[in-house]
Design a protein around this ligand. Structure first.
Ligand SMILES: Cc1ncc(COP(=O)(O)O)c(C=O)c1O
Length: 222
């Protein structure tokens, strides 16, 4: 293996690359927005593009449902709401992340309980979850930070054991196909929220009730 750039090796990213231009906006993106504006179909009642995107995204990540929203923060809030978190309920969140990983719980009158991170991956440490578990704990938010994946197998196992919902969310990382296919996991991605299996029949029933579906549907913006 060649030396790291910091030790004098060739840099993998050449100097002069403008990394601030993200996301990349192409002509076809501009065209799609223009076409939508000119179509006059700007409400979820008559829009066809957003439902199409939701269907394609759900199929791509292997989820049963997908709801497009206007931001990662809204996606997280929708997932916390759908998980049935109520006033005073606690949600285990990583001690290091973007602030929305914790504020989404506050938005729903829940209490974020900060779990320390694994110093190697900077993501929530599965071995430290137990420390913050109480009888009010309802869910775990696992963040894949800066492209480093959280250790989902032990997190999911812990959630199953304690009847918790797992909400999975990445920062700057496109999920692989069927990413949400593992039973017991829900997932949000920036500007989208999707979820599928629950960790228990009780949560399945609560999360899929028609009332909750409507709650989530209203989170969608055209
Ligand atoms: C891990 C994580 N969650 C949530 C968000 C919030 O996303 P948005 O800025 O689209 O609300 C961010 C934004 O950087 C993030 O990094």
């Amino acid at each position: 293996m060649s030396a790291l750039a910091v030790l004098g090796g060739a840099p993998a990213v050449p100097h002069g690359v403008d990394e601030s231009r993200w996301p990349i906006v192409e002509d076809r993106d501009v065209q799609a927005v223009t076409d939508t504006l000119l179509s006059g179909k700007l409400s979820w009642l008559n829009d066809t593009r957003v439902p199409e995107l939701e269907r394609k995204w759900a199929a791509y990540v292997g989820a049963e449902h997908c709801i497009a929203v206007n931001s990662g923060t809204a996606a997280l809030h929708a997932a916390v709401a759908a998980a049935g978190v109520g006033p005073g309920d606690e949600v285990l969140v990583p001690a290091l992340s973007f602030l929305a990983s914790a504020t989404c719980v506050l938005h729903h009158q829940g209490v974020p309980a900060f779990v320390d991170i694994d110093p190697d991956t900077f993501t929530i440490d599965p071995a430290r979850l137990e420390e913050k578990l109480t009888d009010r704990t309802k869910a775990i938010i696992a963040v894949h930070l800066h492209g480093l994946p959280a250790d989902m197998d032990p997190i999911t196992e812990f959630a199953r054991k304690h009847d918790l919902v797992v909400i999975e969310t990445p920062r700057r990382r496109t999920p692989p196909p069927t990413a949400a296919a593992a039973p017991g996991r829900w997932a949000t991605w920036p500007r989208s929220a999707s979820w599928r299996a629950r960790t228990s029949p009780r949560q399945e029933k609560a999360a899929c009730s028609p009332r909750r579906r409507r709650t989530c549907a209203t989170a969608r913006t055209p």
